[in-house]
Design a protein around this ligand. Structure first.
Ligand SMILES: [Mn+2]
Length: 347
């Protein structure tokens, strides 16, 4: 299986198709369907169409799958091969393949800016990617789901602002071993995959990223590897992190009840950003920044299931799978874990 995967990665790595580009002068808001406003979102008949009572995606709803092989937010190129393999998983487990609307972003287009360059260059690059994502979602209707397959986690500098422009009340559930809330000033590594939350929140300003999510609408699950500056930001802004210990002690039902009530998830749209390094390295070893004592895959599945049951999950990222890290069996283990989560997302 590993040989097949690696061949697939080599064959599909630089992906072949790309979605239509929007000229840099276009405002994303102008090309989006007019029904994307808060009134439409809050219309109960709209949101209840999204899923069945059990949280399953009903037959007539589309899943927009964006395959984004970006790697320049950190130092390991292998992460560019993750999306093609995860796309294979999506095709394999989907029960309604006709409802998948898939866009492949060209490797050379998403990796043509050096993540070691200036902040202005990288943020502009991500804002352009976000506009291209918006163009790919032109046919999106309330009730559809967006699934972004990264790439490194800097991709969320683009994906979250794209959804924020559609849904200004967007709530973000960030499942990760890391808080990814450094700024260029506080980051030790200078890697942009450690900064997306800074950029799409009000911690940065609109000139850097059109995502301006209030930090009270962001919650972490599974964070356990924090820089000192990040600890300060989380304390200063009172941003909640549910550690693995807390998840185990309280149980996922109780955690999701808290999330639902504190962020009003029954009323507002939700984006999940799932970094596979949130999972324990025994279950997701093929990733670049492993941290021990992580979540179990079954916990992540349960969280996704419960959040989907609100009927308000509008989008999700899955990031940081690097199939060139670890042994054959490590890669197979990681693929199995991702498959288990994707199955729940597409159910
Ligand atoms: Mn991350």
């Amino acid at each position: 299986m590993f040989r097949v995967l690696r061949l697939t990665a080599e064959r599909l790595g630089p992906t072949v198709k790309s979605c239509s580009l929007v000229s840099s002068g276009d405002q994303a808001g102008q090309i989006l369907p007019s029904f994307f406003n808060n009134t439409a979102w809050r219309n109960k008949s709209t949101s209840s169409e999204h899923s069945g009572n059990d949280g399953s995606i009903s037959n007539n709803k589309k899943v927009y799958v964006n395959v984004i092989p970006i790697w320049t937010g950190q130092g390991r190129q292998g992460v560019r091969y993750g999306p093609a393999i995860m796309h294979g998983i999506v095709q394999e487990v989907s029960q309604n393949p006709d409802n998948l609307v898939t866009k492949h972003f060209e490797d050379k287009a998403v990796n043509n800016v050096d993540g070691r360059g200036t902040e202005a260059e990288y943020t502009l690059h991500m804002n352009n990617l976000s506009r291209n994502l918006s163009a790919c979602l032109e046919g999106l209707k309330p009730g559809d789901t967006v699934l972004n397959l990264g790439g490194d986690h800097s991709v969320s500098m683009a994906t979250v602002q794209t959804m924020y422009r559609l849904y200004p009340d967007l709530r973000v559930v960030w499942i990760d071993a890391h808080a990814d809330i450094n700024s260029p000033e506080t980051s030790n590594s200078g890697n942009y995959h450690g900064m997306p939350v800074y950029y799409f929140s009000k911690l940065s300003d609109e000139s850097k990223n059109s995502g301006q999510i209030n930090v009270k609408n962001i919650k972490y699950i599974g964070v356990r590897d924090l820089d000192a500056a990040e600890v300060e930001v989380l304390e200063e802004h009172n941003i909640k992190n549910y550690t693995n210990r807390e998840v185990i002690t309280k149980g996922t039902d109780s955690i999701t009840e808290e999330l639902i009530s504190e962020m009003e998830l029954l009323k507002y749209p939700i984006h999940i950003s799932f970094d596979i390094d949130s999972v324990d390295p025994t279950q997701c070893p093929s990733t670049g920044t492993r941290a021990p004592d992580g979540l179990s895959v079954s916990t992540v599945v349960e969280l996704v299931k419960r959040i989907k049951e609100t009927g308000n999950l509008v989008s999700m990222d899955i990031v940081e799978f690097n199939p060139l890290i670890g042994s054959e069996s490590d890669v197979e283990t990681t693929v199995q874990s991702i498959r288990t989560v994707v199955k729940e997302v597409l159910r």
